[in-house]
Design a protein around this ligand. Structure first.
Ligand SMILES: Cc1cc2nc3c(=O)[nH]c(=O)nc-3n(C[C@H](O)[C@H](O)[C@H](O)COP(=O)(O)O)c2cc1C
Length: 167
């Protein structure tokens, strides 16, 4: 039983996913740090920063985390969840999901903008070498080349199904 959705969001994607899950599951969505421990378990949603899920360690210490959702501009691909699990040392008892979020350069603080200007060049160069791109990769290429873009889909159906199956 999931009783709340907790999130950390810098530019809005994790917040948007948290609100979608909150509406579908009829549970509150609250920013990490704001919220007293609810009865029962939570889904934690955090954004990817160099492979790390921002706020995961804090969330795991504070709440009974049933599932973690990593949101990254490259997220949602094959093995995304298992890579996130390995890079963040998430134990097998916690379910991991990986979703693609948006990228909005203009909402970032200056230092992170500088880091991402370089990183985006690398991402775009890698994608341009591929013979064909799937919708997720096309969305990522738009983000990397224009500095702005939404994910291929804002889709939380996999997480909703998993939560409902556990009720
Ligand atoms: C400094 C920095 C590092 C990032 N590292 C990654 C990464 O390792 N993998 C990834 O897929 N996305 C990465 N991103 C992209 C964000 O995770 C992505 O834009 C996410 O949707 C942001 O969520 P938010 O809008 O809730 O803040 C990075 C972004 C920044 C600013």
């Amino acid at each position: 039983m999931v009783n709340a959705v907790i999130y950390s969001s810098l530019t809005g994607s994790c917040e948007r996913y948290a609100n979608l899950l909150s509406a579908a599951l009829h549970v509150p969505a609250k920013p990490l740090g704001d919220y007293v421990r609810p009865d029962g378990r939570v889904v934690y949603i955090g954004w990817a920063f160099a492979g790390k899920i921002v706020g995961y360690k804090k969330a795991a210490a504070k709440y009974d985390v049933a599932a973690v959702v990593q949101v990254g501009m490259a997220g949602g691909g094959d093995n995304g969840a298992e890579t996130a699990r390995a890079q963040n040392s998430i134990p097998a008892c916690i379910k991991v999901f990986s979703l693609q979020g948006g990228f909005y350069m203009d909402r970032l603080p200056l230092l992170l903008r500088l880091i991402m200007k370089l990183k985006n060049k690398e991402i775009a160069a890698g994608l341009k070498k591929k013979a064909s791109l799937d919708p997720r990769e096309r969305a990522l290429l738009t983000m990397a080349t224009t500095g702005r873009g939404d994910p291929a889909a804002w889709d939380v159906s996999e997480i909703i199904d998993w939560c409902k199956a556990g009720e």
